[in-house]
Design a protein around this ligand. Structure first.
Ligand SMILES: Nc1nc2c([nH]c(=O)n2[C@H]2C[C@H](O)[C@@H](COP(=O)(O)OP(=O)(O)OP(=O)(O)O)O2)c(=O)[nH]1
Ligand SMILES: [Mg+2]
Length: 136
């Protein structure tokens, strides 16, 4: 008998590729304590019950960074299984509207050029996102 079902929890994550007027992208560094601590990521978080992915992204970005964004079109979806969790990253392009990003729920935030992304350490699942952005 083959074992095909994974027993780790599965979460749907809304992920924002937020661009400013200079074409830079906003990244944040996850808190040192906790899962994937210290790694850089694109802002976002878990989709709550009765919430669309777009609603989730807008809410998470307001909660985590204190800024207003416009959630734009879907860019890609990545399904990835880590040792303790399986995530489905639903990635949307977003536009920065107002506010200066604050590291409210993370250690650091930065605007970076697409070409600089490879110099930061991201979770494994992000390699595909960065590849798409570099080609974009
Ligand atoms: N936001 C975000 N999460 C990512 C990225 N890449 C990646 O593997 N993840 C994973 C890390 C986590 O397992 C999961 C995001 O969950 P999270 O715990 O940060 O969710 P959250 O913001 O709702 O946080 P919390 O309220 O549960 O603390 O997705 C990414 O680029 N951005
Ligand atoms: Mg988050």
């Amino acid at each position: 008998m083959s074992e095909t079902k994974s027993s780790v929890p599965h979460k749907i994550i809304g992920v924002a590729i937020i661009k400013n007027d200079l074409g830079q992208i906003l990244i944040d560094r996850r808190r040192l304590e906790g899962a994937m601590g210290g790694l850089w990521e694109f802002p976002g978080g878990k989709v709550e019950p009765n919430e669309t992915v777009s609603e989730c992204i807008k809410r998470e970005i307001q909660e985590e960074l204190g800024i207003e964004i416009e959630v734009g079109k879907h860019l890609l979806t990545i399904d990835h299984t880590y040792t303790h969790i399986r995530v489905t990253l639903t990635v949307h392009e977003c536009r920065h509207l107002s506010g200066i990003p604050q590291p409210i729920e993370c250690d650091e935030v930065r605007w970076v050029n697409v070409g600089e992304l490879e110099t930061f350490t991201f979770p494994e699942a992000n390699l595909q996102i960065i590849e798409v952005l570099r080609k974009g």
